[in-house]
Design a protein around this ligand. Structure first.
Ligand SMILES: Cc1cn([C@H]2C[C@H](O)[C@@H](COP(=O)(O)OP(=O)(O)O[C@H]3O[C@H](C)C(=O)[C@H](O)[C@H]3O)O2)c(=O)[nH]c1=O
Length: 175
């Protein structure tokens, strides 16, 4: 497993480094010691999964506010998704900037998204499934979001969403 920094502070790609043999492959996809050494969390109280049968489904951009802000470790376990983190941390050098990474079930790569960033994805295949470890417990009252096409971020999505929930389509402009 290898942690690869992105241009956003604290947002890391987790490359699996699979080992192949005649039976197939083996990969360590998470290592608490490596995460601790990199200053990343090692406590993941909840794990979520979403299944998305329609290509170009967009979920996000979500985050939890205040004390409920949560780190996420996101991987695609079926198909491919364009996974995006947006830096909403006013003190960050990356404030208002975004990074997009293609997560691919065959590559077994993942994206670490720190607290204070919004997260979302656009599926690139039918039947895309996303599994993510959550570094804080879900607090519905703390759930918030920014819009996928907010001009404040100008996220360069590979395609417009074919399917998006009404809440995600109507987050207000980022102030
Ligand atoms: C996040 C969450 C949701 N729920 C319930 C609330 C709703 O009744 C239902 C669907 O929730 P939501 O529409 O927020 O699910 P997504 O739109 O897939 O949102 C998720 O996907 C984006 C990309 C993220 O990054 C967030 O972590 C997460 O919010 O599951 C729970 O019971 N527990 C949870 O932790």
């Amino acid at each position: 497993m290898k942690l690869v920094p992105t241009e956003l502070p604290g947002v890391m790609v987790v490359e699996a480094e699979p080992v192949g043999d005649e039976r197939g492959l083996f990969a360590r996809v998470y290592d608490a010691d490596a995460f601790a050494a990199a200053g990343l969390p090692t406590d993941w109280p909840q794990c979520n999964l979403s299944w998305n049968p329609v290509r170009h489904t967009l979920r996000g951009m979500h985050f939890q506010t205040g004390e409920a802000a949560e780190p996420k470790l996101v991987r695609c376990t079926r198909g491919r998704v364009f996974d995006v983190a947006v830096d909403l941390r006013p003190a960050s050098p990356g404030f208002r900037r975004w990074v997009g990474v293609e997560l691919d079930a065959d590559r077994r790569n993942a994206l670490y998204v720190p607290p204070g960033c919004a997260h979302g994805f656009l599926t690139l295949t039918q039947e895309a499934e996303v599994l993510y470890m959550m570094g804080a417990r879900y607090r519905p009252e703390a759930a918030s979001g920014v819009r996928w096409n907010d001009p404040a971020f100008a996220i360069a999505w590979p395609a417009a969403p074919a399917l998006i929930g009404p809440r995600d389509a109507s987050w207000p402009d980022f102030g």
